[in-house]
Design a binder for this molecule. Sequence first.
Ligand SMILES: *[C@@H]1O[C@H](CO)[C@@H](O)[C@H](O)[C@H]1NC(C)=O
Ligand SMILES: *[C@@H]1O[C@H](CO)[C@@H](O)[C@H](O)[C@H]1NC(C)=O
Ligand SMILES: *[C@@H]1O[C@H](CO)[C@@H](O)[C@H](O)[C@H]1NC(C)=O
Ligand SMILES: *[C@@H]1O[C@H](CO)[C@@H](O)[C@H](O)[C@H]1NC(C)=O
Length: 184
Amino acid sequence: MIMNSSSIYILVFVQLWLFSFPCRESVCIPSERETLLKFKNNLNDPSNRLWSWNHNHTNCCHWYGVLCHNVTSHLLQLHLNTSPPAFDDWEAFEAYRRWSFGGEISPCLADLKHLNYLDLSGNYLLGEGTSIPSFLGTMTSLTHLNLSYTGFHGKIPSQIGNLSKLRYLDLSFNYLVGEGQRLI
Ligand SMILES: *[C@@H]1O[C@H](CO)[C@@H](O)[C@H](O)[C@H]1NC(C)=O
Ligand SMILES: *[C@@H]1O[C@H](CO)[C@@H](O)[C@H](O)[C@H]1NC(C)=O
Ligand SMILES: *[C@@H]1O[C@H](CO)[C@@H](O)[C@H](O)[C@H]1NC(C)=O
Ligand SMILES: *[C@@H]1O[C@H](CO)[C@@H](O)[C@H](O)[C@H]1NC(C)=O
């Protein structure tokens, strides 16, 4: 069989097109990007860890701490934990204070309907003096919620009980009281 050059071009093009699928990358969904930017607005981020979270980097799937689905591109996971230092290391504690996120968790986070993993652990300035936001109970895709050492006070909102897919829940090292008013 004799191929003319245009059919070779077409063949090469089709092959490149086929090859592009396995390494297709997630490109974030614009509404989810806007939600992340609103969430960032309510956070204190003294070390600017979220510098990649801005309009100049349109693909929010590549932002710090963000993981998207490899096919649907929906935002699946947020890894925004901070590791606290040893208790007796004052200098490390100062560095930790600057590295840790504070402020508040914007209710718009609940717009991320596909989010299944939320780790905000170790950011002890997030909860300061407030209780765990009840809107988290509407994020029903969550399988993993880590609010360990986030400084939340008071009762655990009953809405958390609506998270029927939850497999890991860590609320340790906070100032929470349960039914029997016991610190947990
Ligand atoms: C985005 O890019 C513009 C133009 O290069 C620049 O002026 C602006 O500061 C950038 N914004 C951020 C948040 O990096
Ligand atoms: C997407 O990720 C899953 C595992 O998380 C993997 O099994 C699947 O092959 C991936 N799909 C593509 C198109 O990369
Ligand atoms: C929650 O985060 C803390 C501190 O980052 C970690 O030690 C713990 O293992 C995590 N818990 C779960 C259930 O992933
Ligand atoms: C969520 O939980 C609250 C309090 O436990 C309950 O009143 C409400 O009906 C629940 N909502 C859904 C959608 O299950």
